[in-house]
Design a protein around this ligand. Structure first.
Ligand code: SF4
Length: 367
């Protein structure tokens, strides 16, 4: 993607100055990943903030930095530990790519992140917008982020009619974003501008209720002036989620230490690489695979729903309490995991509360 861009007569020339001024007066400040030019910290926050609320990211960000204070520490970690620390943030491919990216920075770049968006984009898991954010925040590069929030702001600002489900309008919007950048900005200007784009989309020009009355762009916003800003962005293709039911076999022993029978999910697909109770695609499948004497002891617990990007999962937990150690082959492949060690295993977000509910009230907190 070309990063060239300059002023265009068809675009409002005061967008960048208004945005920089507004960010410095009214934008978000004091977040732990602000006021730093350390690419490791900015990169970590950018990856965590993809699809995830700031309030959720705060705790994860602090724990990650405490355990992995720099890119070398993260690169040297075991993949399981990275996944365990990520557990609950969802979109686990981000954690796998985070680890691979840290290793690539250490092995291919001597532990220093590339200093341009183009160089950053060659790393695993760093897309165009994340690369632009790191390059702008850390190296003052004159390059624009274009994530979902920014697309919404810019399409409303310009009443941009292009269909963002199509490649050509996407490219046009990227060029617009480049052309709107401040002219000859200082590094501090690029920080305020980039942060301003993020803040405006997250706090003012929100998806369903844009607060146009408090927006610094009201005077130049064509979507607002046309009276229907929510009509933008135009996107014809909507995501269709497939509905699926899964049965999860929760196995524990009646006596002895608290532990669960978990299996590691395959390296690709849903919950890849995480630890999970054995999964079945039907209740009959559970009955078929268990010794007959155990089938009557299986208790159905309340089902829960869980949304993934492309799927709507209905999870049916089934509890099996065994009175003695199973013989080899009686249970589906897996391993016992002590309750006290659950926090060291990456668990899918909806599985954690299911296991938690089966433990003594305070045991999970101590793990
Ligand atoms: Fe968004 Fe309204 Fe601001 Fe336009 S005026 S950018 S629609 S909040």
């Amino acid at each position: 993607m070309s990063r060239a861009g300059g002023p265009r007569a068809d675009l409002p020339s005061d967008f960048a100055p208004l945005l920089i001024d507004w960010q410095r007066r009214a934008g978000r400040s004091g977040m732990p990943w602000q006021n730093t030019r350390d690419p490791y910290r900015v990169w970590l926050s950018e990856v965590m903030l993809q699809q995830t609320q700031v309030s959720t990211v705060l705790g994860y960000y602090a724990r990650f930095l405490e355990r992995f204070p720099d890119v070398r520490a993260l690169a040297a970690a075991e993949a399981d530990e990275v996944m365990a620390l990520w557990s609950g943030l969802g979109y686990y491919s981000r954690a796998r790519n985070l680890h691979r990216c840290a290793q690539a920075v250490v092995e291919q770049h001597g532990g220093a992140f590339p200093s341009t968006a183009a160089g950053l984009e060659t790393l695993p898991g760093i897309g165009a917008s994340t690369a632009a954010a790191i390059a702008a925040f850390c190296f003052g590069e004159r390059v624009s982020i274009v994530d979902g929030n920014v697309r919404r702001v810019l399409t409303r600002l310009l009443a941009f009619e292009g269909d963002l489900a199509q490649t050509k309008p996407q490219r046009e919007l990227w060029e617009v974003a480049q052309a709107l950048l401040p002219i000859e900005p200082s590094a501090d200007d690029m920080t305020a501008y980039t942060q301003g784009l993020m803040d405006l989309g997250a706090t003012v020009c929100t998806r369903s209720r844009p607060a146009c009355g408090q927006c610094p762009m009201q005077g130049i916003c064509r979507g607002y002036q046309a009276g229907e800003p929510q009509r933008f962005p135009v996107k014809t293709r909507t995501l269709k989620r497939r509905h699926e039911s899964w049965w999860l076999l929760l196995v524990k022993l009646a006596d002895g230490p608290e532990r669960f029978w978990l299996q590691r999910r395959p390296a690709s697909g849903i919950w890849a690489g995480l630890y999970c109770p054995p999964v079945f695609e039907s209740e009959q499948g559970v009955h078929r695979d268990l010794p007959p004497a155990w089938v009557d002891r299986v208790i159905a617990l309340d089902a829960v729903s869980h949304s993934l990007t492309h799927r709507e999962l209905r999870l049916h937990p089934l509890l099996l309490v065994l009175t003695s150690e199973p013989l080899p082959g009686e249970l589906p492949p897996g391993q016992w995991v002590d309750a006290g060690l659950l926090s060291q295993h990456g668990l899918p977000a909806p599985v954690k509360p299911l296991l938690q509910a089966l433990l003594a009230p305070d045991l999970f907190e101590r793990t």
